[in-house]
Design a protein around this ligand. Sequence first.
Ligand SMILES: Cc1cc2nc3c(=O)[nH]c(=O)nc-3n(C[C@H](O)[C@H](O)[C@H](O)COP(=O)(O)O)c2cc1C
Length: 176
Amino acid sequence: MRIGIFYGSTLDNTKEAAEQIKVQLESDISITIDLYDVATCDVQDMQSYDVVLIGCSTWNIGELQDDWYDKFSQLDTIDFTGKRVALFGCGDEGGYPDTYQDAIGIIGKHVRELGATIVGYWSTEGYDFIDSAALEDGKFMGLAIDNDNTAGLTDSRIQMWVQQLMRELHLESVHA
Ligand SMILES: Cc1cc2nc3c(=O)[nH]c(=O)nc-3n(C[C@H](O)[C@H](O)[C@H](O)COP(=O)(O)O)c2cc1C
């Protein structure tokens, strides 16, 4: 199974989350996980992965982070059929409560239209926001991280989400 992480990040919050997710997954399973910064990579590289983790922060009131904004249309070149996609992102529930983590929903809904199966839905419990394009059936479509308001929860949220992903993707069976 090939796993790739593709992130876009302006102030490095999502970048750091991506690095943490990679380290944690690699410490639990015997698979090397490739990490790509969308600012410099070819989004077409996603094609070769069975599982794709996509990280994107939300900016400009409900918009994708700049690098993902520029490369969003490149997603259309990928056949996501049979691929599982997990999403994560950073946002600010206090400053932007009506568009909290919208990027997760914008990308998630689009890649699903392109054939992906979304994994890694995350409970909204413990979050304080009004609305989000990332909501589906009362859950976030991926891991919502908020270093502006709840930085103290980031490590444990990442840890729990990675454990959840391992179960959903049946990765427990490939322990190192
Ligand atoms: C001008 C501006 C607009 C923002 N808009 C949103 C928003 O609509 N929704 C949200 O959840 N966060 C919003 N944020 C917060 C950022 O997403 C947050 O600071 C995040 O940690 C940045 O992650 P990054 O360093 O990976 O880019 C905004 C921040 C700024 C400065």
